[in-house]
Design a binder for this molecule. Structure first.
Ligand code: GSH
Length: 211
């Protein structure tokens, strides 16, 4: 099993966490943009099988290695888990790619200087989405990411659904943007998010995705 990508991408982290949870052996190799029709990472190679996209890969891994299950059997729980995965991949990830490009990729990988003024504007945009009063593309008020997550994380459990699964894989991975962007969770305002983020970060599969 080969995962093409770099570990600091939360989308790559999703795949690594799923492989770790299922105890499948894998290696991480450099991004392979020619294997992805959108030039993105991750891409999974399993012999002759090539799968782009973290969600497609995780669903593939579930069928290929059914235990332990990461997707609920119950239809309502499955619907909720898949929405939370999509919320992470779309709602949480939005805007971060450019922040990481300016803050990390340019100086550390491309040998280019960070455009500090551009970075500050990009960071304001993600702060507004995560902690402010954001609106949808159509102008409707929507909950800030931290407010929505606070409403979804149970008071007394460190998994979103009764059992650890794809929702935690995705939401946990996308909480990883915070580190890349230099944003801390205010535990007084969002106590459940702060507790959940700490618990998920300590899980061995997530530690392996960072190592
Ligand atoms: N929907 C895709 C999103 C993947 C994605 O956006 N990956 C980013 C890295 S975080 C990427 O490859 N960006 C490079 C590019 O777009 O050229 C997935 O779930 O895998």
């Amino acid at each position: 099993m080969i995962v093409h990508g770099v570990k600091f991408s939360p989308f790559v982290a999703k795949v690594i966490v799923a492989l770790e949870e299922k105890q499948v052996a894998y290696t991480v190799e450099p991004p392979a943009p020619t294997l992805h029709p959108l030039g993105k990472m991750p891409v999974l190679r399993d012999g002759d099988v090539v799968i782009p996209d973290s969600s497609a890969i995780c669903a593939y891994l579930e069928r290929r290695f059914p235990a332990p299950a990461l997707y609920p059997d119950d239809p309502a729980e499955l619907g909720r888990a898949l929405f939370l995965e999509e919320y992470g991949d779309a709602g949480m990830a939005e805007g971060w790619g450019e922040v990481v490009l300016e803050r990390i990729v340019k100086p550390q990988m491309l040998g280019q200087k960070t455009d500090e003024a551009r970075l500050a504007k990009l960071q304001d945009v993600v702060r507004e989405r995560w902690m402010g009063s954001p609106r949808s593309a159509g102008g409707s008020p929507i909950p800030a990411v931290f407010d929505y997550l606070e409403s979804q994380i149970p008071k007394d459990r460190d998994t979103l659904l009764p059992r650890f699964g794809i929702a935690d894989v995705a939401i946990g991975a996308h909480l990883g943007w915070l580190e890349a962007g230099g944003i801390e969770i205010d535990g007084k305002r969002w106590p459940r998010v702060a507790r959940y983020a700490e618990a998920i970060r300590a899980r061995p599969s997530f530690a392996a995705a960072r190592a």
